[in-house]
Each structure stands twice: as structure tokens, then as C-alpha cells.
Design a protein around this ligand. Sequence first.
Ligand SMILES: Nc1nc2ncc(COP(=O)(O)O)nc2c(=O)[nH]1
Length: 289
Amino acid sequence: AHISAPRPPLALGDRTIRFDAPQVMAILNVTPDSFSDGGKHIGDPQAAADTGFAMAAAGAALVDVGGESTRPRAARLWEGDEIARIVPVIERLAAAGVPVSVDTRKAAVMEAALAAGAKIVNDVSALRHDPRSMEVVAAAGCPVILMHAPSAGDDPHDNPAGYADVVSDVFDMLEERVEACVAAGIGRERIMVDPGLGFGKGLADNLALVNGLAAFQGLGVPLLFAGSRKRLIGALSNEAPVSERLGGSIALAFRAAQQGAQMVRVHDVKESVQALHLWRGLADAGLSA
Ligand SMILES: Nc1nc2ncc(COP(=O)(O)O)nc2c(=O)[nH]1
């Protein structure tokens, strides 16, 4: 069945993102070592911005610019270096009117990115890594994406305890983070959540999360789903390398849309947009899943 829980549009400064159809967030990593596209955009902000323009032209509602790889055991990154990597790219995209989210855990990077024109903060630590990040987001008045990761420390994947029940454990943590944000003055209408596929989660955990995505609509805020090119695709398809996971990425985006995800975070925009158009057509026709 199609579970679509349209949410009020997300206000992005002078524009809004409407969720009556699932939206696409494009991934633009400006890092040397991101797991799937590291090294592609570092060192040439114009080339990186050009990629972002192409992503927006291909239908992305948002371009997610990240300067720090969040893969397991990634090298720690000084905030000054992270800012130097992403601000020149964000400035170019924002100047051209492309809505940008900044993928960072550091308060100083959030401040610099917002000043450069970013409209949303995307924090894989759900505003837990940097003690100042909650107040920066509250003061900025911008939307924020709270992602589940088991650790707020340097390596977000650290997860010695494992999960009793991964869907409810992730749900409970996200619920706690949403309430913490609301208590800090970040209104629910500015919050999105994300189950953090692959962050301190094994194959069984990831599969349970994909199958249980609809549960997260219970949090009453839009859901972002990010499965693009992630390891569970390789695990289920003869260990396909990162560069050969488009089919699985599209399948995951479609499945997330079927379960009500309001936005999907992808590397391959054109193909994902086409898949979501299919979902939209099927849902409008009222066909069963
Ligand atoms: N909200 C959100 N942000 C993220 N940032 C980085 C990565 C991992 O690296 P990638 O940028 O190459 O996907 N995954 C997520 C995710 O699952 N959700």
C-alpha cells in the first residue's frame, strides 16, 4: 500500500519545499575520502558548484554540501579546513538560487555555511556532537535534519551496544532529539528526521529499517531517507562495488517513497527523479504497491 503522509511544506527562507510528492536531496561531497564520491569535487569550487547546478537542473529540490567524510574511522577534520572546502561552493550555489543544505556536525561550520547562503542544517549527530550546534540552529531559525547515529563522538558508527529492536531504538532516539530541539526553541515545523542507514548498523539492522520506514511517520515530521550507494546494496548483490549500485539505490528510493518518505538523499539525481515520478503516477492512480 502507499503510505503517503503529506507534511506541511518546509520553509526555506524565500521558498518552500513541498512534500505532496517525494523530493530529492542531491549529495555533493567536497571531501577527499567520502565512501562513494570522495575526491571528485575537492579543490575546484567552481567545478563542484557546476555539479550542483546540474543536480538542481535534473530536479533536485536541495543540494546537500558536505566537507567531512562520515564513513567509519574517517580522519578527523579541523573546522577551518571544513569551512574552506564548502563555503566557496555554497556561495556559488546560493548566489544562483539553488537551495543548499550543509552536511556538518560542527557549530562553526553551520554558522559559516548559513552565512554563505545555506538554508538547512543536516547533522548526522542530530545536534549532539557539538555542544553549540543546538543554539546555532535555534538562533538561525533554519530547518534542521536530525539523523540517527549510535554515537555523537568522532566516529558516528561506534555502536558497541547494538540494538534491542533497531526500528524502535532509532525511533526513540529521534523522538528524544525532536523533543530536545522543540525545548530549545526549534519548532517542529523546522525539523526533519532520518534513520541514518548504515551508521553503526549491520545488514539486518538496515533491512529492518527499510522495511519499517513507515513507522517514522509517527514522529509527525518529514522523513529523509538516504540509502544511495550504501553497503546493504552491495551485500545483497554480489558485493557490487560502490560505483555499480545505481539499480539498488533507485529501488531503495522507490521503496522509501512507498512508505511515505518525504525526501530521499541520492547521488544519482536524474534516475532518482524518474523513479519518484513513477511512484507519484502509481500513487495517484491508486494502484497497490
Ligand atoms: N542526513 C544524512 N546525511 C548523511 N551524510 C552522509 C552520509 C554518508 O555518506 P554519503 O554522503 O556519501 O552518503 N549519509 C548520510 C545519511 O544517511 N543521512
